[in-house]
Design a protein around this ligand. Structure first.
Ligand SMILES: C[S@@+](CC[C@H](N)C(=O)[O-])C[C@H]1O[C@@H](n2cnc3c(N)ncnc32)[C@H](O)[C@@H]1O
Length: 244
């Protein structure tokens, strides 16, 4: 077998074996339970802007962006701007004219100032408002018409109702072969006591929204290989690949 194919085969087999490994899943669950409680996802920055993510998920997104080569990335949930700067920087590396749309209900002035001053802002458009409002959706759809390969990342309000609405609005824009990445599906798997001060929790979160959406939308499948290889992710069942 040629060495490249052999490497790929070995990697695939190893990743499949992770999916059936009870010890690994216990270690991973412990890590996720403890680090989520300790706000680990707030520790990192991408090109100078705080990004509220686990580094493993950013590695997966880098792989997806390289594979799909989108010319538009639509993101709900900007916060400090780290994730839209991440996406813009990946599009910069791809070359071409790719751009990022970021949506947030509340773009704080200090964050807006830093994002707008960032060298990657040249590839970013931000819209302030509820990501599920008709006015915001219309703006997104107008821009999306000019693009061929679209990737969507959902990371705003994490209630079932809100994420389901976002999925219904923005997942249809995802190109065949591309992804809709739904973050914070992990909420379903974390201890119930962790979200007493939040409107979301077990039974009401991005993962339950994904499950409901997928019942009627067979054009998407969960790419389990991604979470199996990452082991540590905030998006289990959240890497949705459009196959039809
Ligand atoms: C978890 S943060 C986003 C983190 C960001 N994607 C990153 O990786 O750095 C969630 C953001 O969603 C925004 N948000 C909450 N409800 C929203 C809504 N209904 N529409 C749009 N954005 C919303 C919040 O203002 C907050 O900035």
């Amino acid at each position: 077998m040629d060495p490249i194919a052999e490497f790929q085969k070995e990697r695939k087999e190893r990743i499949i074996s992770y999916g059936n490994d009870k010890t690994l899943s216990e270690v991973t669950k412990n890590f996720c339970d403890i680090t989520n409680e300790k706000k680990y996802s707030y520790n990192f920055s991408w090109l100078g802007r705080p990004i509220i993510q686990y580094p493993q998920d950013m590695m997966a997104l880098q792989e997806i962006i390289w594979e799909v080569k989108p010319d538009l990335i639509i993101e709900t949930g900007i916060a400090h701007g780290g994730s839209i700067i991440f996406s813009a920087s990946m599009l910069e590396l791809l070359g071409g004219e790719g751009e990022v749309i970021g949506l947030d209900i509340d773009i704080r002035p200090h964050n807006r100032k830093e994002i707008e001053a960032h060298p990657m802002f040249k590839r970013i458009r931000m819209f302030e408002g509820d990501s599920t409002s008709p006015e915001i959706a219309e703006k997104v759809y107008t821009i999306a018409k000019k693009h061929n390969k679209i990737l969507v990342c959902l990371d705003s309000n994490h209630t079932h109702e809100h994420v389901l609405k976002e999925l219904m609005l923005y997942a249809p824009l995802v190109s065949v072969g591309s992804y809709c990445v739904v973050f914070d599906t992990v909420i379903e798997d974390l201890p119930e006591t962790m979200f007493t001060d939040r409107p979301w929790g077990k039974g009401n979160n991005p993962k339950t929204a994904v499950w409901e959406y997928l019942k009627l939308h067979t054009e998407f499948v969960i790419n389990k290989e991604i979470e199996n290889k990452l082991l540590i992710t905030v998006a289990p069942d959240g890497y949705l690949k459009r196959i039809l």
